[in-house]
Design a protein around this ligand. Structure first.
Ligand SMILES: C[S@@+](CC[C@H](N)C(=O)[O-])C[C@H]1O[C@@H](n2cnc3c(N)ncnc32)[C@H](O)[C@@H]1O
Length: 281
């Protein structure tokens, strides 16, 4: 692949998704775009770049390029600490604060194949009594149509269920179907999935989200896209809501919209929130 083609795809990916292509991803780009080159019957990556340059309106091929370059690595209860904090510290808080209207809205943004959203559903189901009879909605979104279809399917391999999912929850909330484990309907019904690009306005009303997991996606985006994504998240978060980022991510210095909580790395409140939660100095 020549430099001009690499630059073209780096620019396309940044504009379409915020994904940042650094020079060390040169070979990754070449390998992952190969099947699109073959499908389109063009002469190599340069040919694919020329096709798209001639026809910028070719939405399906541009989306295929984004899908090919996105990393969908995920697992059930990934980096367990945020889930434990949610269970031990924040759910009791929401159970009290929302006792009157009995609603709770959770968003798993950039949810990949759905393990994070289903983990939240199992966590709430296990939590039990205070939320029985509540209107709890968990939404999973991702830029990739293919991965959202997998999440909706709720079917996981032996490998998937061996990563992070306690055996007790596997037996309780999944049905075995040959080599596949299917999530049971009562958990599946708590979660809905839809395709959504975090660079676009989020599919929620202002203030409509209470608990937001947006983990392990900002780290793949360029700086201005991170700020744009955080602006979108901020707009739909309830003033007393919580934002969970990934272990390797931070909202610090990204527009000052969020304040980290003391002793809870990766958990943020809106900077303008009027909450008693202690903030990091
Ligand atoms: C590494 S996975 C993270 C999955 C899950 N949040 C976790 O932490 O396990 C990153 C996901 O971000 C999605 N993604 C990348 N850019 C996106 C964007 N602009 N809007 C929405 N999703 C995006 C990818 O398709 C991928 O599924």
């Amino acid at each position: 692949m020549n430099r001009a083609a690499f630059d073209y795809f780096a620019d396309l990916l940044r504009r379409e998704s915020g994904l940042q292509m650094t020079p060390e991803k040169y070979y990754l780009l070449e390998t992952r775009l190969l099947h699109i080159v073959q499908q389109q019957g063009v002469a190599g990556i340069e040919g694919l770049a020329s096709l798209l340059r001639r026809d910028e309106g070719n939405r399906a091929v541009r989306q295929a390029v984004v899908e090919a370059m996105a990393t969908h690595e995920t697992s059930f209860f990934r980096d367990i600490t945020p889930f434990e904090r949610l269970r031990d510290v924040f759910l009791p808080m929401f159970a009290a604060a929302r006792a009157a209207d009995k609603t709770l809205r959770l968003w798993s943004a950039a949810c990949a194949s759905g393990q994070e959203a289903y983990s939240l559903a199992m966590l709430l189901r296990e939590y039990g009594a205070p939320f029985d009879g509540w209107d709890v909605r968990i939404t999973g979104t991702d830029i990739s149509h293919d991965i959202i279809a997998r999440a909706q399917g709720g079917a996981y391999s032996q490998f998937d269920v061996q990563r992070g999912l306690p055996a007790r929850l596997l037996v309780k909330y999944f049905m075995q179907d040959g080599e596949t484990w299917r999530i049971k309907d009562d958990i599946r019904r708590m979660v809905s999935f839809r395709q959504a690009n975090l660079l676009q306005p989020p599919p929620f009303a202002a203030g409509g989200v209470d608990i937001l997991f947006c983990r392990n996606v900002l780290m793949y985006l360029d700086m201005s896209s991170r700020v744009r994504v955080l602006q979108g998240l901020h707009g739909v978060m309830h003033p007393k809501s919580l934002l969970f980022l990934g272990a390797a991510e931070s909202a610090g210095g990204l527009g000052g919209m969020f304040a980290p909580l003391a002793s809870m790395p990766g958990v943020y409140v809106r900077s303008d929130a009027d909450t008693d939660l202690p903030r990091a100095p």
